[in-house]
Design a protein around this ligand. Structure first.
Ligand SMILES: Cc1ncc(COP(=O)(O)O)c(C=O)c1O
Length: 407
């Protein structure tokens, strides 16, 4: 599914960029656009983006900020009042005590993750990444010249890596562990007991840090969100990443943050000072308003995500050969579709892998999804459930009908 490498790796470009994987979703997105341009009604379930608008009170705050003159360069780690509000949120909702000096606001959680990886990883350092993982982790580690050690959770355990599996993967070169909970792409959520066991392993390895990506914190259907940094003995080893994109439907505003021990926060600030400077002034004022507004708008969106999760799950369970855990959070469903490998399309092509099946579903059902290989899980396909109920219903009716045509 990768685009032609000839056009992507000319020798005048750096080895660094030539070694970087092009997004595996490019061919799919291009094909979906081509079909749409022909007037075909494609249901796009490939996006990792809320379908809701940013709540009105947040947009109003941004308009006021512009008129108040928040138009200049911002402090590199973010406005002090925003960092204080983030510290207050971490204390109130996560029982984590941090000062503004521990917090760096970035251009999305993505930059917070990249800052931390670039600040911690030397060439050859090993980074244990829990799989299925979010697409960018691996490329960030590669950019920092680290080595990714992928640790795949078992489907029977909702794809969650266990503490014992983690302990077995640690070597003297292990420098960092990365995971998301709630997880993109699986929707799995680590329980307090599971994280306590992981924390015990981390405590036995004080040279290791952990990047805990909590961007889907609010989109949680099981109730309790546990931050790994809550385990006091490892708090200094944990870098907590969060942001506004998912919980507040603010993907385009580009505001995320991390909370970490002061040395790491200072390193991330230094990294950011040379790459982007502080993130957008107006977006930061909007983020401050978002936090001041509390969780009400997020809770309303989560109710819709939960309803859609249930709706999609009921349909997916009617599809023979789709095996999926019940997502406990986020807005994806990530079935194992390997039962279809080796089957033949009406056109006589063999479905060799999840990418082929995703392409077949695009062409036949006109539903766009993402090949699980992009997330380190080549037996799976990721469908976003952040779409209107009727679109979701229609998508899985079409998918089922298309799969029934396979020989
Ligand atoms: C697990 C995970 N982490 C981080 C991000 C990045 O979020 P942001 O939009 O804040 O950069 C995403 C976005 O898709 C994500 O799914």
């Amino acid at each position: 599914m990768a685009a032609s490498t000839a056009t992507l790796t000319p020798s005048f470009l750096s080895d660094r960029i030539n070694a970087m994987q092009e997004s595996q979703t490019i061919a799919m997105a291009k094909k979906a656009r081509e079909l749409m341009a022909k007037g075909i009604d494609v249901i796009n379930l490939s996006f990792g983006e809320p379908d809701f608008e940013t709540p009105q009170y947040i947009r109003e705050a941004a308009k006021v900020a512009m008129d108040q003159g928040f138009t200049k360069y911002t402090p590199v780690p973010g406005y002090l009042d925003l960092r204080q509000a983030i510290a207050d949120k971490l204390l109130r909702e996560n029982q984590l005590a941090y000062k503004p000096e521990n917090i760096v606001v970035s251009t999305g959680a993505k930059q917070a993750l990249a800052n931390a990886v670039m600040s911690l990883i030397n060439a050859g350092d090993e980074v244990i990444v829990f799989a299925p993982y979010w697409v960018s982790y691996e490329e960030m580690v590669r950019l920092a010249e680290g080595t990714t050690v992928t640790l795949m959770g078992a489907l029977e355990n909702d794809y969650k890596v266990t503490a014992a599996e983690l302990e077995a993967a640690i070597t003297p070169r292990t420098k960092l562990i990365m995971y998301s909970s709630p997880c993109n792409p699986t929707g799995s959520v680590f329980s307090r007991e599971e994280l306590a066991a992981i924390a015990a392993v981390v405590a036995r390895n004080p040279q290791i840090h952990v990047l805990a990506d909590e961007i889907y914190e609010y989109i949680n259907f099981v109730g309790e969100h546990v931050s790994l940094a809550q385990f006091a003995e490892i708090k200094d080893q944990v870098i907590t990443v969060n942001g506004f994109s998912k919980g507040y439907a603010m993907t385009g505003w580009r505001v995320g943050y991390l909370a970490a021990r002061p040395e790491i926060a200072a390193a991330c600030e230094k990294m950011q000072s040379q790459i982007t400077s502080g993130t957008c002034s107006v977006a930061q004022r909007a983020a401050l308003a978002a936090l001041q507004g509390g969780r009400t708008s997020a809770d309303e969106m989560v109710a819709a995500y939960r309803r859609r999760r249930d709706l999609v799950l009921a349909q997916v369970q009617q599809i023979p050969g789709f095996k999926t855990p019940t997502p406990s959070g986020a807005f994806y469903i990530f079935p194992d579709v390997s039962a279809y490998f080796g089957r033949r399309t009406p056109a006589g092509e063999t479905i060799g892998n999840a990418g082929d099946l995703a392409l077949y579903l695009l062409n036949e059902a006109h539903v766009a999804a993402v090949d699980g290989a992009a997330f380190g899980a080549p037996n799976c396909i990721r469908f976003s459930t952040a779409a209107a109920d009727e679109k979701l219903r229609e998508a899985f009716v079409r998918i089922k009908a298309s799969l029934e045509k396979l020989g």
